[in-house]
Design a protein around this ligand. Sequence first.
Ligand code: GLV
Length: 322
Amino acid sequence: MKPKIYVTRHLPEVAFDKLAAHCEVEIWDEEFPPSYEVLTEKIRDKEGLLCLLTDRIDPQLMDAAPNLKVISQCAVGFDNIDIAAATERGLPVGNTPGVLTDATADFAWSLLMSAARRVGEGIEYVKTGQWHTWGLTLLLGAEVYGATLGIIGMGRIGQAVAQRASGFNMKVLYSDAFRQPEAEANLGVEYRNLDDLLAESDFVSLHVNLTEETRGLMNARTMALMKASAILINTSRGPVIDPDDLYDALSSGEIAYAALDVTDPEPIPADHKLLSLPNCIIVPHIASATISTRTKMAMMAVDNLLAGLEGKPLPNQVNPGV
Ligand code: GLV
């Protein structure tokens, strides 16, 4: 008999077909995620769960599924899953690192360039019929070439962002919980403590996991250290920036611009005060959203799930040894 599994959202066909060949799949095929209550009910008799970052996977949910053998998250970040609780219960948790590094780094650059050169405002300007003539001082932005880029979190994605900066002749600084001698040697990036990085950078790009240490990392104190001309880019997790403090920093001119792929809360309501600011670009958590990357992520999540069902170590396991 095939093992029963639950999938919390539509998957690319090739990934679904691979799952269906090995498992009895029940899928939540709606646009919005299943509620916590629905998910709790659905996984009662399941051996595997393939979930997304929109699903809260807490100890109660795990305990509702006595047959559960594996949790496979189709994302690299896993702050929605209580990993300690999974480990205590002997449940391996999988994620999808690596395959989304380049797409995410490319997108951090899309945001950086869009904010520097005020692309969103330019589009709005044309659409609203304000473009009447060429202007020497129209929509002046920030120079990217030769500027200083500060990367907070020099993991896979931070390094890929740094690599792209060489084409723009940028000085690249980084801060991280650990020094990265290899990245320093290979990419020419320079280590700074957080405060110095913030004070020296023209662009600050966030690439940390969301943890208790990084929640609210960008707040009134840290944003006050940034240059008034600085641009803040976030493709990590929304709560790494305090949204009220960001609003104050942007509206008072303490920093120049923010470009966010992730927000707190997520989704951000259309009437949120950050959306009223001309110097804040917000897009809906799409940094890894290319056809090829999302397909690879789904295939990786499927492979993690199938390994867990067979009792094998997952190809990408967040809590190795479980
Ligand atoms: C996306 O944010 C991911 O963690 O994969």
